[in-house]
Design a protein around this ligand. Structure first.
Ligand code: MG
Length: 291
């Protein structure tokens, strides 16, 4: 029942609730709560938290809502049909090996990861790494934040393990992704994982009625319903946790819809100064500019 943000103050980072356009920093036992983990793990409950005076969101410096990660961010590739088709027909999918478009729809989730060192917050600059790539692309995605960990999680129990949801921009260097024939290097560079602006608790998100949008310099490029995921959130949790323990604070980016830069002919890659805004309500809008 809460939108959790993290903001920078003079004394460092502090977790804050977002209510009606204002942030209320939280403390526990008189000390600022610096990261979301004790709340994710259930070590701090609502009753333990003291809300400080509201600060307007507009004037606050927001950070990624989670400040540290137990390991890399899990990501799912080609998880919307229309995007799987645009990716394969773009020629940049070195892993495709598919003869016809109907072969490109995955029959099991495609999983890769982004190093946690790639995470940045709302408003932070995305480094263009011009010595490494000339084909920079965006991917707006709903991301799951795991609350209760577990292994071999059953489909029916999967959503009980979700703490909440946030937005990730799975920034990608398409030439690196293609050249190395796997996805980590092209998607794992520093600043390639903008995250935020909030983690909204699971009870506030209706996955059947959640829409992912992405705008570049104000132009709508992506718009799709999370209900169109090939592998839905419970399926992803079941499959990822099969024989591998998920831990509190794990993040799973669920995949991006059609409308990425390589979906256009000719492709529309990002350039310095471009502004990318990913919107998923009620999480909000995650905006980052290319440096
Ligand atoms: Mg992606």
């Amino acid at each position: 029942m809460t939108a959790w943000c993290r903001m920078l103050r003079d004394d460092g980072s502090v977790v804050a609730t977002r209510q009606n356009g204002a942030l209320r920093p939280v403390s526990a036992a008189g000390q600022p709560v610096r990261d979301l983990h004790p709340i994710i793990r259930g070590e701090l409950l609502d009753a333990d938290l003291e809300l400080q005076a509201p600060v307007p969101v507009a004037g606050a410096e927001l950070l990624a809502p989670i400040g540290s990660f137990p390991r890399n961010i899990f990501c799912i590739g080609k998880n919307y049909r229309a995007h799987a088709l645009e990716f394969t027909t773009s020629g940049f999918d070195a892993s495709a090996g598919a003869a016809t478009p109907t072969d490109v729809i995955p029959t099991a989730p495609i999983v890769f990861s982004k190093p946690f060192t790639s995470v940045i917050g709302p408003g932070d600059l995305i480094e263009p790494h011009p010595h490494l790539t000339s084909k920079l692309d965006y991917e707006a995605e709903l991301a799951v934040v795991i609350g209760r960990g577990g292994r071999d999680i059953a489909l029916a129990d999967a959503l009980d393990h979700v703490f909440g949801y946030t937005i990730v921009n799975d920034v990608t260097a398409r030439d690196r992704q293609q050249h190395h024939r796997q996805w980590l290097l092209g998607k794992g560079m520093d600043t390639f994982c903008p995250m935020g602006p909030a983690v909204v608790t699971a009870d506030e998100v209706d996955l059947a009625n959640t829409v992912v949008e992405c705008r570049v310099n104000g132009e709508l490029r992506q718009k799709a319903s999370v209900a169109d995921l090939i592998f839905d959130v419970p399926t992803l949790i079941r499959d990822l946790s099969a024989g591998m323990t998920l831990v509190p604070g794990d993040v799973i980016a669920t995949g991006t819809p059609a409308g990425v830069g390589i979906g256009f002919d000719p492709p529309r890659f990002l350039r310095s100064g471009d502004e990318v805004s990913a919107t998923i309500e009620p999480i909000g809008t995650l905006t980052n500019r290319i440096g």
